[in-house]
Every structure is written in structure tokens, then in C-alpha cells.
Design a protein around this ligand. Sequence first.
Ligand code: HT7
Ligand code: ZN
Length: 871
Amino acid sequence: PKTIYLKDYQVPDYLVDSTDLHFELEPKATLVKSQLKIRRNPKAGQGLPPLLLDGIDLELLSIAIDGSILPEVSYQETLQGLSILVDKPEFILEIHNRINPEDNTSLEGLYLSNGMYCTQCEAEGFRKITFYPDRPDVMSKFTTTIVAPKDHPVLLSNGNQIDFGDCEDGRHFATWEDPFAKPSYLFALVAGDLENVEDTFTTSSGREVKLQIFTEAKNIGKCEHAMRSLKKAMSWDEEVYGREYDLDIFMIVAVDHFNMGAMENKGLNIFNSACVLASPETATDSAFQRIESIVGHEYFHNWSGNRVTCRDWFQLSLKEGFTVFRDAEFSADMNSRAVKRIEDVSLLRTNQFAEDAGPMSHPIRPDSYIEISNFYTLTVYEKGAEVVRMLHTLLGKEKFRKGSDLYFERHDGSAATCEDFILSMEDANQVNLTQFRHWYSQAGTPILEVTDSFDQATGRYSLKVSQSCPTRANQDKSLPLHIPIKIGLLDVDGNNSILNNEGDIEEVLEVTQPEQLFEFSGFREKPLPSLLRDFSAPVKVRYPYTGKQLIFLMRNDSDTFNRWDASQRLAFMALTQLQQDYRSGEALQLQPELIEAYRDVLKDSTLDPALVAEILRLPSEQSVAEMNDLIDAEAIVVARDFALKTLATALAPELLQRYTALDHQKPYSPNAKDIAERSLKNTCLSYLAATEKDDALNIVQKQFETAGNMTDSAAALSALINYGSAPKVDSAIQEFYQRWKDDTQVVELWLGLQSSSARNGTLANIKNLIKHPSFEIKNPNKVRAVLGGFANRNFKQFHKEDGSGFFFIAEQVVMLDKINPQIAARLVVPITRWQKYSDDLSGKMREALQGILDSGGLSKDVFEVVSKSIN
Ligand code: HT7
Ligand code: ZN
């Protein structure tokens, strides 16, 4: 397969001023007629080169230019699409082709989900619908007519409906017109037997927008939360960014078969059902929060993505990094800011740091790719958002807003680059971000080594910061980055010291040099630094904290994020020691001071319960693995299990007390306070279950039987699955399934809880689950629940020393690749990080990868991920 390079970017040869599409929907033979008004791009140079159109899996029926059918000598069908000879600078191109939505299991292009027609065009799915210059810098005004049988009563596309009616042959039709020029990746079509809930939103300038959420009839009761979230997002974008919605209608459609979370098609967002549908009985608190954030994310794309789009796919982080930053701030404003930050940083540190240290490591603006779908990554999204956040931190709220206003003003209606974004920030504020730009072109997680010294005689305190960035062999030497480090300095009483003449108690240090000294004066005693407050940069900070100092920070730091971070550092220290002791055959033990620190937190009723839960939760095995240079999976599992059980036993009375106090039956509401209380209650429950004592397991069983909402019910089931006695586990699993078997989202949860069970025998159970009637290999949510749950969320069973986990996943990847390459390429990732594992496991992983390569006939998607890892 061919590698595409950013350096090879060229402007398009031809532009498409308007695109008229006509669909006659049939499951196996949909007819697509397109009429394109094409003109030579004045910016593209002289002459009339052939017109190259992308097209995959299309049956070409006819091509006409200005009404005359083209003879075969005037065009050529290629592997990528069509090459057409052109003899005039402007013309109407009309193409007829046929496609087969029913057999389209890749879920890109036009496909069927439970009988409903729907589309997914980002990044390069439109070429599976018709021949087209399928690149984001070709923007066109679309008009779409859909003809379908009447058993598909709802016919939707982008923009406003301008016509509808009956056809003579008993079918019906609808025509939609989108007044905004857009790239093909934002095109959408939906046709099905759907119901909708409707509401309105009045924009700040007084326009009334119709809001509709479409689902299958059985799910119509699950739309309320998404609708509420949408309205909140619309208000928030007006208040915080001054962005108003621009069409008269905004539609969301829920579909069960979807490769990602959702898609921001202009005026017609398409959502994975799991990211839009919720009711208290069926959805957990995290599902409610995920829905709010994804509804916000897709809505915010209307400006950061649609009104201003990307010039090419290397610029993906321009829209995704910025939009993730926007949705994170939205969620922080709607819920607990500190907890949202902790959750996002945990994800980044555990999974993005691992990606950046692995074989697919890339900058947030990659330089090359084989398959762009493989670059919808945590690096582009989450690290990209951190880069935008750093700009926000460096510039401050007002200047950042000035920069974003200028960016939207300058680039509205066009396709921009990451460089354009930075330039707007610079020009709006007369700042120089030359060095900051390296964040866009350099991969790897920077490491900051921090040391300090104190001169008692002068009262001077200095912090020395050195930066480095371990990169993979094939990367050029890295350049020093511009890194904002927010700090505070704590005195012996745990109060923030004054840092400068302005009386600030917090400062953002701007690190720009490989090594830099920062000095502070006026101290009577050496302060304790609180570094990288609020995680002000996506870096690793190394400072030689002692256990005592970390406990002090945990108790006193005014920065909530760093209070949590101190607990994480402390836990990592303990887990590292336990791993060492296990390897050298020493008896395992947990420091009493650590247990007491946890006890204090648990008993502290002044702390936000959600924060208590976050502090109590031990770092996952995966995040411990990421911190280690060489991963010894068995030692990690033993160390963490030991720490968990020891804490559970030592803190059992306090855990029970806190659990009991929080176990009140009040009507469910997904508000921040109640979510926080449930989070702590269920963290206590899972610790109690880990004692494996009868009385604790009875509490779990009781919660399972009496829970009034899915958060409590799922937490109890999870605790039972991991710690309950065999017969009780089996009956709970069966009982739960019988109750919820008709609810797709709950069944996905049920599958996921089983596949992530740390119990021995889980792989055998998974082999049964993939034969269970509820499992469907063509449905990505089911694959993510069962196979993804095993490979990504079951560290212990996936990393069995005989390699059985790796070989099983490899086998599934090969099979899945024939059905859905995007999903297969994601599933294989956990096996590709073999280089960091100790010999026994890394050999098995390589063997599994080689097996995939040897199977032959791989998609570009899987080929890219596997070959980059093995070579
Ligand atoms: N912008 C959307 C990307 C997306 C996508 C990409 C590849 C394959 C399938 C996909 N579905 C949606 C999602 C988002 O970031 O909003
Ligand atoms: Zn997005």
C-alpha cells in the first residue's frame, strides 16, 4: 500500500461549485445519480489535466459531460476511481453508478443498520457512494433527493427540506438543500422507519431552531438527556465562544451499527446509539456524562470543523483537538471541573502516553499515513486538545477568545490548517508562538526533570527544569518545546506561599530551554513545590518526592488535581516497590503510612465524594505498565491485587461506614452531586467485595437485587462477577440478561462486564460469548464490548504467559478484517506494543502479529498497524 505524505500536498486541480445527488434506495442495488458543476481551480496552474475522481466498490453505469455521454476512450476506471479527459475549464459532469448498502459491512459509505439506511463519510467514505474528488479542501453546495419505498417513511439529508412527495410507482421522495458549502465527508443521508422527539432553541439573535432526535420507536423514551445536553451545548457555545447555530433545523439520528461515537454531518449528526440514548433504568452515570460530552462535541464541530474545516487529513487535530478542548471545558462547566480533569488526564497518561511510546507514535499533525482512519487517535484528539489547552493557559482566557474569534472570522467557509490556527492566535494578540509550533510536529511525551535548592541565608529557592523528549529511532532529533508549568510553593503549614511582587500564589513558568532555572525569594524555610498544577502540559514530571511529602500534598495542596496526582504518585511508588519485592521473592507489605493516608481521605467528609473516589481508586494495571520501561505483566497484577486486598481489609470498617451512609434510595438524577455520591458508594462497594468476605458479598448481592438505577446495578454485577462465588455469579449473570435482553445498550454493558472479568476462565467464557445470540460480529459495539473489553480492559487475563490471549485476538483480527477493517485495526493495537514487554510475553506477541501478516490479503488498515509494529 501507498504512503501519503503531508509534504506532497497540492491544491485540487478542479473545484465543484455544486453537487446534486439523487438516490434510489434498494438494499442490494441503490442507484446514485450525481450532477457536479465543475470548474478548473484557478490556483492550480495551467492546462487541463485529467479530472481524477475517487471511487471504491462502485458499479459505473454512465458518465456524461454537458449532457453528452462520454465514449470509453475519454475515461479510465482505475483502482482508486476514475480518470476523465477534460477539454474545457467548466462543465457539468453527470455520473450514474450503483452500490450495495446491504453487503457494506465496513460501515463506511452508505450501509444498512437494522434496516435503516445511513451513511458515514468521514474520512474517505463518500468515495464508496459515488465518484467524487473526496478530499476536504473541495467544498461544494449539496442538494440531495432520496427516493425510497414507503416502509422507510423518514428521509433525511443535510440542510433544509425543500420538497417531498409521492412517486408514481408507489415510492416517495424528499429533497434537501444545504446552503453551506461543505466537503464530501460532511454529507449524510438517513432513511428508515424512525420516530423523533422535537424541541426548539432560540439563538442569541432570536432565530428559532427546530431540534429533532430520531430513533427506532422502541428507544423514543431514551432521548430526553441528549436533547437537554444539546440545548445546554448550544447556549454554552454562544456564551463562551460567541458561536450561534446557523441552520433552521438540527437533527440527530441514533444508529446501532457505527464505527466511532458520532459524526458531525452538517445539520444531521449521526450517533452511535450508545452515545445518545439513555434512561435512568438502563444507563450508567458514565453513559449519561459521555452522552452530554459527545452531543456537545458534535454540536461544537458546527464551527470548529464544519464552518471552518480542514485543508487535508494531516490537519485533523485542527478540528478534533480544538473540539475536544471545547467539549472538555463544556463538561467541566456542567459538572465537577476537577473530576473531569482527572478523568481526562488518566486517559491521556494511560493510553495516549502508551501510543506515543509505541510503534504508531506520531505528532498531533502526522507527516504521513497509509490509512487515515488509523490516525483518529488519542494523540490527534486528546494530546491535540492538551496543546490547545496550553495555548489557553499561556494566553489567558480573554486573549485565547480573541484568537479564536479571529480564526473563525478569517477562515469561515474555508478549509484551514493548524498553522492558520496558530497564526490567528499570534495575530490577535501580537505574540510569538514560533517555538510553540514544535508541539504540532514532534511526537513523544516530553520528560521534565525537576530539582530544587534552597539557600537559607538569602531565603532564595530555585527550581531547575530540564526537558527532554524520548523519540523513536526514525524521528529527527527533538527540539526544545515551549511548556507552561503551573506551580505553587507550599509552606510548612500547607499554605500557598507568595511567589512574586504581585502577590501571586500560583505562577505559570514558561519553559523554553533544554535546561532552565527559576528563582523565588523571601522564604524562611524550604517550600514544597506543587508542580504542573491542573496538568498544565502533556508531559511527565520527575521530582524526587518522598512518600511523606506526597502525603502532605494529598492533604494540603489547594490544587485539587495535584492532590489527586500526589495520591497517584504515592500509589505508583508503592506498586513499584511491591513489584520489586515480588520479583526478588520478598514478602509483600504495604507501608502503614500509605494505609493511614487512604483512611484519612476516606473519612474526610469535607472532600468532594467524587474526588475521594478518584483518590481511592488504585492506578489501573495498564497505567502502571505505561510508567514502567519494561513491563512485567505478572508482577504488575500481583502487586496491584495485593495492594487492593490489603487496603480493602485494613479499611473495611471505614469503607462500610461510608458505603452505608451513601446507600440512600433517592430518585435517580444524573446531577454532579448525586453522581459523585454514587461514585464513592460504588468504589467502597468494590473494595468491600475485594475482601471476599461473606458479609461484604451479601451487601453486593443485596445491592444487585434492589438497585434502582443502572449505575448501582452494574457496579454490583461487576463486583459479583469479579469476587462472588461461582453459583451466585452465574445466576446474577443470567438474571441480568433475562431482564435486559431486549435492551441493546444494557446487553453491551453486560457483555463488557464479563469480558473484563479478572477471573481465570474468562477467555473460555469469551469464546462462548461470541457464540451467544446477543453477540454480532458485524456490530462494532458488541465487538468493542467483548473483544475490546478483553484486550484493553482485562490486563490480567489478556496477558496470560502462554500467549493464549494474544493468539485469540490475532485470530479474531484476521476474521474481522474481512468484515470491518477499521474495527479490526483498532483491536490489534494492544498486541503491537510488544517491544516494552519482558521476553516471554513479547515473543508471543510477535508470533501473534506475524501470524496476522502471514494470513495475507490484509486491509490497508490492519496492514499499516501490524507492519509498523513488527518492522
Ligand atoms: N469527526 C468524527 C470522525 C468519525 C470517524 C472517523 C473514521 C471512521 C468513522 C468515523 N465516525 C466518525 C467523530 C468526531 O470526532 O466527532
Ligand atoms: Zn470530533
